[in-house]
Design a binder for this molecule. Structure first.
Ligand code: 6R9
Length: 650
């Protein structure tokens, strides 16, 4: 890309950085040539109860996929994130909590206090009958108790599964049932952007669809009245009064599951991505330290929600394993106004800030006046994640927020990968706006021809992105369905982990992620399966058929475009559009709310009845001239109608 400006590593970054270019080259080479030796050394960043002797046992050959790291090792994740820091850092702040309202005072929770909270919480879970291996679903706002809950599970060996607080009761019930959870942890209300989501009421609705034995633990966040059902519902603060203060961490095998996190794929219901204890923590702590160039005492802020993998790996596990100070923010970037992020950075003297391109674009769109007048001089590293960043947004972030003095790490990774796979390192990588640049240690990206699956050897390449060998942070299975794991990620391109993303590799070997090549869309950095939105739409009594595609959206990256065919006798109307929009919000949650709904009397289908999404995608993108071959359609004339109606809609 000739119009993209190269931003070489600046001297100041190099001076401060943990890794320079020469070290990166040397370490990367070793990580690929001798993974066993490399990871035997780097696993030492954790405290092991029993040190592993077997480092890597991996089979990527379909269908017998098996991934194990440090398999005879034992550790406890919460002890690594808390207890081992108590000696030197007991008084240091572990978590800074910034509430939704700027008028609420921020909380500073020291490692010592974190230890006390997590032990209490763990004892409450035990009291409620949770033991090693049991699943606990967490449906909480961004409050410190969310981190306590995660670490409490890890402490006693329970497996948590966090459901984003913006998901609907139905989506919550599906997840509770899929993982057969014993306890659901929620709060009375979730304040966000000055509004309140009735979390406990949502939980009550969800629990109606779950087994009678699921218990519910509620955190008092707001203090409003909620319904409490005798024998099923418990208040955290009341339970805490009944249990002891100490809770020893349980020894866990490195391959025992740490958490399940549901994520969207191209087909079917969301899958429960399983991450295990040892490899995941080695990976998240190492990437957190090196990618953000984290030094002791730095104040680090990742603006994600713990409902997503970014919150798991880079608000809680990675930073706390490193004894960092991690900031947790309950609110949104535009409340009370578009200066909130910058105010928080100034107030807490944040050194590393990590957010999504959609937030950057939204704030850029509000104008520079919201940035001006804020002291952002504490910033040392900026990061992005979730979707490709356009060079304009990159340059704005670099110049207006970083004042041209801080590197931007554009980190490419996925729920499945546990942590960063392709990313710059602040002191080592010359930056190109829009490129995730180079692989992290131990990561072997390959470019494959989409159709043939052949490896493209040339440096300059365009194709699908796959990974040739395992890394410690990789997901191990789909909860309860190992076959689905093998089929989703290892069947199409055998011998490789297939990411689902397309990419380009330039003459310098830099990777440019071009977006999903499957039926997954990325809306404001949130992954959504088009099939999920379709099935929500067709569950409405007036809808006979629906096809959902992504289309370019200035702020969200991609918007949700729905083609809807109504039942005979139903008339299209603006009212029905709103009804359908609300219906999807109820079925999945506000994040799945359709941006555009086009009523389509007919959809383009092949003679065998398959909807040709390629055509629908092109129409949604206004690319009428590149519809491709339409001759195999059963009724080619529906395309003309679709185009006319699409133009009317926009
Ligand atoms: C961490 C996370 C994963 C999908 C992934 C890709 C997109 C993430 C990106 C990026 C371009 C980046 N993605 N980071 N695309 N550049 N730096 O977002 O996980 O929610 O599972 O989404 O997000 O398409 O496949 P997840």
């Amino acid at each position: 890309m000739s119009d993209v400006q190269l931003h070489p590593v600046q001297d100041a970054w190099k001076e401060r950085a943990l890794i320079d270019k020469a070290q990166y080259d040397e370490m990367y080479k070793r990580s690929i040539d001798d993974p066993e030796g490399f990871w035997k050394e780097h696993m030492q960043r954790l405290d092991w109860i029993k040190e592993p002797t077997r480092i890597k046992a991996v089979n990527f050959e379909y269908p017998d996929i098996s991934i194990k790291w440090f398999e005879d090792g034992e550790l406890n994740v919460s002890a690594n994130c808390i207890d081992r820091h108590l000696k030197d850092k007991g008084e240091q702040t572990a978590i800074i909590w910034e509430a939704d309202s700027p008028d609420d005072e921020a909380q500073h929770i020291s490692y010592q206090q974190l230890h006390a909270h997590v032990c209490k919480f763990a004892n409450v879970l035990k009291e409620m009958g949770v033991s090693k291996g049991d699943r606990v679903v967490i449906y909480l706002p961004m409050i410190p108790q969310a981190a306590y809950a995660m670490l409490a599970c890890a402490r006693i060996g329970a497996v948590h599964s966090i459901v984003f607080a913006g998901f609907s009761p139905d989506a919550l019930a599906d997840r509770i049932n899929d993982c057969d959870a014993k306890v659901l942890i929620t709060a009375d209300h979730a304040p966000r952007g000055g509004k309140k989501t009735p979390l406990k009421a949502n939980a009550d609705k969800a629990l109606k669809k779950c087994g009678d034995d699921v218990k519910c633990l509620t955190v008092k966040r707001v203090g409003d009245d909620v319904d409490m059902q005798d024998g099923r519902d418990f208040w955290l603060h009341e339970m805490e009064e009944t249990v002891g203060n100490d809770c020893d961490p349980v020894a866990m095998n490195a391959e025992d599951p740490l958490f399940i996190l549901y994520t969207s794929g191209s087909t079917g219901k969301p899958k429960g991505v399983v991450h295990t204890s040892g490899g995941y923590l080695v990976w998240t702590s190492m990437t957190h330290e090196l990618v953000f160039d984290y030094h002791p005492g730095d104040i680090y802020w990742c603006g994600a929600d713990i409902g997503w993998v970014t919150g798991h790996s880079y608000i809680v596990y990675g930073p706390l394993a490193n004894g960092a100070t991690t900031l947790m923010f309950e609110g949104v970037p535009t409340y009370p106004d578009a200066s909130r992020f910058w105010k928080v950075i100034e107030k807490h003297k944040v050194n590393q800030f990590y957010t999504a391109p959609t937030a950057i674009r939204a704030l850029m769109g509000k104008g520079d006046s919201f940035v001006e007048g804020h002291d952002l001089s504490s910033l040392k590293v900026l990061g992005t994640v979730g979707e490709p960043i356009n060079p304009e947004a990159w340059e704005w972030y670099f110049h207006k927020i970083g004042k041209g003095k801080t590197p931007i790490v554009d980190t490419w990774w996925q729920t499945e990968t546990g942590g960063h796979l392709i990313t710059p390192l602040p002191g080592a990588t010359d930056l190109k706006p829009g490129s995730a640049t180079n692989p992290f240690f131990g990561v072997k990206p390959v470019m494959l021809e989409a159709e043939s699956g052949k490896v493209i050897e040339a440096t300059e390449a365009e194709g699908v992105l796959a990974i040739a060998d395992s890394w410690p942070g990789q997901m191990r299975t789909v909860y309860g369905d190992h076959e689905r794991f093998a089929n989703t990620y290892f069947q199409q391109y055998q011998g490789y982990y297939f990411s689902g993303d397309g990419a380009r590799r330039d003459a310098d070997g830099y990777y440019w992620i071009t977006g999903r090549v499957d039926d997954v869309i990325n809306v404001s950095g949130h992954r959504m399966g088009t099939a999920e939105v379709e099935s929500a739409l067709v569950s409405h009594p007036k809808v006979s058929e629906a096809a959902v595609v992504g289309y370019p959206h200035d702020v969200k990256g991609q918007g949700i475009y729905c083609y809807v065919t109504l039942m005979a006798g139903e008339e299209p109307s603006e009212e029905l559009r709103n009804e359908l929009r609300n219906h999807v919000r109820e079925e999945i949650g506000p994040i799945a709310s359709p941006d555009l709904i086009q009523f389509a009397p007919g959809l383009p289908k092949t003679r065998s009845g398959k909807i040709m999404r390629r055509i629908l995608r092109k129409i949604a993108e206004d690319q009428y001239d590149s519809l491709g071959d339409t001759s195999t359609l059963a009724e080619p004339e529906v395309v003309d109608d679709l185009i006319v109606n699409h133009k009317d809609l926009k």
